[in-house]
Design a protein around this ligand. Structure first.
Ligand code: HEC
Ligand code: HEC
Ligand code: HEC
Ligand code: HEC
Ligand code: HEC
Ligand code: HEC
Ligand code: HEC
Length: 408
């Protein structure tokens, strides 16, 4: 129990340090919420148009946005816009002239009415919604579950009644946005209380979230159009493999106890300077949830352990949306797994030409998440979301399922 106490104290201390930094740095006159050293993605278009045009199609770019009919994927049309709780309360998603709302009714009496202000999640798997009230963000009780095409009780929320008072911490924005304005931080008992600035948010994960502040780079290259060598920007190619991994692990290794604000991270920084060592949960990979833990699962895989320089970019292009292009991903597996080197698949039940089209469903199957589960209308037990595991291995059961779908 000492460990837990120590962990809680560390969390509190680190949050205070982080937020006092955030508060200190902001000044309203600066153009970018993050300060003059940041240029914003729009400033990159003139010289990196191809990358920019491709990047705006990614889940990263769209992972947070102001809530609107265009960004919210769920239906506002009856009967699809109603969710009933077991205590008899109904929540109705309403599109009014003044905005989008979640309205709770008990026997047709209005109990609560809250506006959708921010959408979190690009609409790949799920979206949750935040409502702004007196300097705080609250998560709305209903989320949208893409695979079920349905509104669902937000993950971890009580099934019996609509909960409107779940406060959202700044860490949420640390992984789902590029900056958030924080006005004030205080302690309410043992709980950290953050006050946010209204409408002060850099939505999505932008270029400088991954590449670091780039205003100087922009200014230099505008003044020196003949210079073809990148100046005043970190060259990712020159980083060590672990530093490349850390750039992604910042958000893809789950939420540890923060030591510094995730917003301060620049390429080349070490992840270990941002989180306290995780001594409370020495999880085994087999028990690790597929949600959010891509870094741990991938680095526990034989592919990674037995290769010299493998990182997320061995398979992912960070500027493109390559979702569901399983053949293209399989091609990347075959950069290393070749028939001529005898490192190809050892499965003999299918010809190589067939195997080559889709290594993924057998070796990185989509598995059920334990932490992200959704209760849709009328269900009694929640449905888990499923995600690709990054523990690249031999899955005999998934292979059997894959073979069965081929036979059909
Ligand atoms: C006025 C032109 C110009 C603008 C605007 C500009 N860049 Fe560049 N950038 C360059 C040039 C020239 C290079 C070097 C050639 C190349 O890699 O395309 C470069 C290279 C880069 C590199 C690669 C570094 C390396 O070698 O690994 C990154 C990353 C980068 N820019 C990020 C940005 C970001 C982010 C923005 C917007 C905030 C931006 N640039 C805006 C001109 C520009
Ligand atoms: C600032 C936090 C952050 C960083 C840094 C980050 N990601 Fe992500 N990533 C996210 C979030 C949040 C999502 C979910 C996006 C959504 O809403 O669909 C995501 C989604 C993804 C997806 C799924 C996208 C899809 O369309 O299927 C891939 C792949 C991915 N990230 C890879 C990477 C790689 C590779 C890096 C490092 C180069 C990286 N991420 C760095 C936060 C981050
Ligand atoms: C999720 C993190 C992430 C985001 C967001 C991101 N990049 Fe990159 N970028 C990377 C990584 C990682 C590399 C190195 C890729 C590699 O090693 O193959 C890279 C490489 C580059 C390069 C040099 C190599 C090349 O492909 O030409 C440029 C230029 C660049 N990025 C510009 C941008 C611009 C401009 C944006 C925004 C429009 C942006 N990046 C958004 C992670 C990111
Ligand atoms: C440590 C980083 C981190 C934090 C903190 C975090 N998330 Fe995420 N979240 C991710 C990543 C990475 C993904 C996508 C990959 C995955 O699910 O494994 C994601 C996915 C999601 C999705 C589904 C989007 C999609 O379609 O993939 C929603 C909704 C979401 N998060 C909401 C939240 C909310 C609300 C909070 C704050 C209470 C939060 N997240 C905190 C990293 C984070
Ligand atoms: C950078 C090179 C590289 C890439 C890319 C790569 N692998 Fe590997 N993989 C390896 C190495 C090296 C091993 C270890 C082989 C050994 O045991 O000698 C390995 C091992 C494996 C194993 C055996 C795992 C076990 O637990 O026995 C499987 C299965 C596998 N890879 C599948 C894949 C798939 C599928 C992809 C693409 C999604 C992929 N690999 C991409 C290098 C790579
Ligand atoms: C060996 C290849 C490979 C490597 C290395 C790899 N990935 Fe992936 N990743 C994939 C494939 C294949 C998918 C499935 C794509 C699809 O179904 O659209 C995927 C999917 C994802 C998703 C979406 C998962 C989901 O089901 O929603 C995220 C997030 C992601 N990768 C992040 C990362 C991060 C972060 C790293 C580095 C720590 C990484 N990946 C390394 C192959 C790889
Ligand atoms: C239909 C499912 C399926 C597909 C598709 C598939 N594999 Fe396999 N793979 C397996 C199974 C099952 C084994 C274990 C074979 C055995 O030992 O009996 C295996 C073994 C392997 C191994 C060898 C591990 C060892 O023991 O050394 C590698 C590497 C591998 N696969 C890579 C790939 C790559 C790369 C692709 C895509 C080109 C691929 N696999 C496509 C099911 C599949």
């Amino acid at each position: 129990m000492n460990k837990r106490l120590l962990c809680i104290s560390l969390l509190i201390i680190s949050c205070i340090i982080i937020f006092s930094q955030c508060v200190g740095k902001r000044s309203k006159e600066e153009e970018d919420l993050r300060g003059r050293q940041f240029a914003g993605s729009a400033a990159c278009i003139s010289c990196h148009k191809n990358i920019y045009d491709s990047y705006v199609t990614t889940g990263h770019y769209k992972t947070s946005s102001p809530a609107s009919r265009a960004s919210v994927k769920g239906s506002f049309v009856s009967p699809h816009n109603v969710f009933s709780y077991s205590n008899g309360t109904k929540v109705i998603m309403e599109a009014r002239d003044s905005g989008l709302f979640q309205v709770a009714l008990s026997d047709s009496t209005l109990e609560e009415l809250h506006r959708f202000d921010i959408s979190i999640g690009s609409g790949r798997k799920a979206q949750t919604f935040l409502s702004w009230q007196n300097g705080k963000y609250f998560q709305l009780p209903l989320s949208y579950f893409i695979s079920a095409h349905s509104w669902a009780n937000s993950p971890g929320f009580p099934p019996s009644y609509p909960k409107f008072d779940r406060m959202i911490p700044g860490t949420c924005f640390g992984c789902h946005s590029s900056a958030v304005g924080i006005k004030n931080v205080s302690m309410e008992g043992l709980q950290l209380s953050e006050e946010f600035e209204k409408n002060q948010l850099v939505y999505g994960i932008d270029c400088e979230r991954c590449h670091g502040p780039a205003a100087e780079h922009v200014a230099f290259h505008k003044d020196h159009p003949q210079e073809k060598n990148a100046m005043h920007i970190t060259k990712i190619g020159a980083l060590k493999n672990q530093q490349k991994l850390d750039m992604c692990a910042l958000c893809h290794s789950g939420l540890g106890t923060p030591q510094r604000s995730a917003f301060d991270f620049k390429p080349g920084d070490n992840l270990s300077d941002y989180f306290f060592p995780d001594f409370t949960r020495p999880e085994k990979t087999a028990e690790m949830d597929v949600h959010g833990k891509q870094y741990q699962l991938f680095t526990a895989s034989k592919c990674f352990i037995k290769s010299e320089e493998m990182n997320c970019s061995s398979c992912h292009n960070p500027h493109s949306n390559e979702r569901d292009q399983l053949q293209a991903f399989s091609q990347r597996c075959m950069n290393c797994h070749k028939t001529e080197d005898h490192t190809f698949c050892k499965m003999t039940a299918l010809p190589a030409a067939m195997l080559s089209k889709n290594c993924i469903d057998c070796h990185m199957p989509a598995l059920a998440s334990r932490s992200i589960t959704m209760l849709t209308n009328g269900q009694t037990s929640p449905t888990p979301d499923s995600m690709r595991t990054h523990l690249i291995a031999i899955y005999r059961e998934e292979t059997r399922k894959f073979m069965a779908t081929l036979k059909q």
